[in-house]
Every structure is written in structure tokens, then in C-alpha cells.
Design a protein around this ligand. Sequence first.
Ligand code: ATP
Length: 458
Amino acid sequence: MAENAVTMEKLVALCKARGIVFPGSEIYGGMGNTWDYGPVGVEIKNNIKRAWWKRFVAESDNSFGVDAAILMNSRVWEASGHTTSFSDPKMDCKSCKTRHRADTLIESHSKGTVNPDTMSNEEMQKYIEEHHVNCPVCGQFNWTPIRTFNLMFETSRGVTDESQNKIYLRPETAQGEFVNFLNVQRTTRAKVPFGIAQIGKAFRNEITPGNFIFRTIEFEQMEHQWFCKEGTDEAYYNEFKQKAFDFLLDLGFKREHLRFHDHDKLAHYARAACDIQYLYPMGWQELNGIHNRSDYDLSRHQEYSGKTLTYVDPVSGERYIPYVIEYSIGADRLMLAVLTEAYDEETLENGETRNVMHFHPAIAAYKAAVLPLQKNLAPQAKELLAKLKKRFSVTYDEAGSIGKRYRRQDEIGTPYCLTIDFDTLENGTVTVRDRDTMEQIRLSPDEVISFLAEKCAF
Ligand code: ATP
């Protein structure tokens, strides 16, 4: 099929039909831009998170995980700058009452030739007026002035109305890693450079959420902060750019569907920043970010908390606040990229079309499907199923013709189908069908175990 010809409509429909992602609160008419992962989707997402953790924590020489609280002391968000500057420029259309981001309006009006990241609110306002940028929904030119809109969700904590304190749902997981810098360093006795990683939920009151699970108001982030000494930061920044890219290639992404995008406008404290973009069904968009954040984060937390976050080099006795190289990727945004990349409509020799998801076997929800050729072979099939379940995520299906059962597994990306047939009764072997090539071999149950272990490793 043509490169990334899959449409969002096809992906959303497949995800709903096959238990990958359902619309949130569906029986109540839904809740805009929330999505629920179904039985197949939760397995895929867990596998994505597991692969990331394995690569960036388990296999790393000096990285450690944390699982910090979602609700944090409000001072954290003052120190990080989120209470004052975590905002987007919004404009409302007074004619059709829809809300828009001024930067997005400029980006699409100029077809990407103007970069609003480098513009102030006044400059954006001027551009929109001078170029008469109309509302993309109703076509009118009837805007409110640009206002900045803080993206943090607020809630309150307190047992009586009078005692309620404003708190926030975290808009990123990173601060949980920063505030635990010394806790992790002391308890692990790690020496700089070392990393702290976390996977967890984040919440943003996005002005223009959408594109399925690409931009939602509740999502999961996988973030890794690498603490290093000033002077080594540039080399580590480049190293993490490469590591982040290699991770995606190893998951099976085509190189030509990925590209680096350097930021033109840097935050005042940042030394360098780039995204890796992926060719989503709606075009090139940010999949993850890599940032050289200097010593800004720890310095700010030291200032606001009044607690020293200085690292003391055990050999030289030198004291300094480490620099941070941040690598941040959304689990849901990566899931959408994985789904897009895997989707295929294949025309078979007999002219039929086969929908197949070519997931990396480590990412597929089920490593294998156990299928008795006929129902009376179910006892032998269930015996194999029980044996495999101790090691792998495996599914079972005895309903319908074997061809239809293969197609169902192809559609959810199960890499191997194990068919129990009459030869199984004779010699104990089963047919192993490969999802991608549709070729079949015969293996004994013990061989199946080592075969799956080898093929499904990441
Ligand atoms: P964008 O420019 O797309 O809003 P961002 O630059 O604000 O993203 P970061 O704050 O750097 O994003 O967050 C790191 C990662 O978290 C992003 O690269 C993306 O993968 C993910 N992410 C951010 N916002 C969302 C969201 N609303 N929904 C899903 N994933 C998100």
C-alpha cells in the first residue's frame, strides 16, 4: 500500500471494532477527547511502556525509576514556571463560539512557512489581522483579542469549604523526577551522570485537543531526566537524540517516517531543544522532545524550597547543580504512531484484501493465538494454551472457520497463530503460521516456547 495511506477514520474504526481504544464514557454520549483502552489496547500500551522502561531504565547503566504522586505541593508549579507561563494563546470566534489557538491558526494559514513560536502575542494578533485569517470552522473574521490560557487543571484540597487550597493535576511527570533528585541520588549512591525515569499520567486543559489519541486532556508520559555536569551536556544531548531515534527504529518504524525538528525559539534557560516528528495520518507532528535544560530545574527547586540540591562529587569534592537532558515521549502519542506504522491493507493473490497490523512482536497484544482446527480438538489446544500462558500473553479462538480466525488475529497484529490439527494427535506438533508472510512451519510445544521467546524479545 502507499506510504502511510491509512486515514484516522480507518484507525479509529479498527480500534473500536477490535477492542483497542473506545471513546471515553461512550454510553453517556462520550466525554470529548477522552479515550478508554480496551482488552487488546491495554496490552499493546503496556508493552510499549515495558519496552521503553527496559531500554531506558533496566538496560541503562545508571538510570533509576520513580513513581511520584500526581498531586504535588503548589510551590512545585511556581518553581517550575507552570503557574505563570504554561499557557497557550487562545482566540474565540464570536460568530460560531469556537475556540482556537492563535499559533495554530497562523501555522495552517501560512502552510508552515511562518513560525509562530518566535512571535509575541501582539505579533500574532497583527499577523492574523493583516492576513485576514478567518475562522476555520465558520469562515468569519470575528475574533476576540488573543488571551493567554493556562493549561493546568485546577482542583482543591480541604475538608471544609473555607479551608480549601488550590492544587493542580500535574501537567507533566518531570517535576516528580526533579524534586526526588537527592532522594534517588542518596538511596542509590549514584554518581553524576545518572538518570531518573518515570511513566505516569499527566493532564492538560488543551485548547484544541483532537486527532484521536494524539492530543488529549489526560495522557501518559514516559520521561527520562539525565543529570550531568556542565560541559558534558552537549555530548549527552546528542547521545539522547540518537538513543530516542534508535528506540523508534528498533520498534520497527521506517526511517523515512521519522525526522528531527530543531526548535527555533528556545526557553531562556534552554541550551538546545528538538523534537522527533512522525508522519501521522494528519501529517508530520511531534512524537517526542529532547531538551538540554541547563541547571534551571534544580536551581529553581533549590530557590523555591530552600533546600540544597547541590551535588557533591565524591572524588573531587566539587559542588555543583547538575544540568539536565530531558527526553519526554507520550505513551498514547507513541501508541498512535505504532498503530499508524503497523496498519496495512494487503491485496492477496486471490484478489481479497487482508487487514493486518505489522506490530513488532514484543508490542503485539498477544504473542500467539491458539486455534483448534475443529472444536473436538479443544482439549489438546487448551493444554497448549495453559502451558504458554505461564510465559506469554496468548489468546484462544475456536469460533468460525480457520481462515476467518487467522484474519481476526491479523487485524489485531498477533504475530503467530498456532493451529492444533489431526497431525497434533499423531506426533504432538502444531502448525505455526507467521502473520506477515503467512508461511507455516510445524513445531513441538517445547520448540514453540523457545521460538516465541526468541521472536518476541525486544
Ligand atoms: P505539543 O507541542 O504537541 O503540545 P509539547 O511540546 O507541549 O507538545 P511536551 O510538553 O514537551 O509537549 O511533552 C512531552 C511529550 O508529551 C510530547 O512530545 C508528547 O509526546 C506528549 N504530549 C504532550 N501533550 C500531550 C497531549 N495533550 N496529549 C497526548 N500527548 C501529549
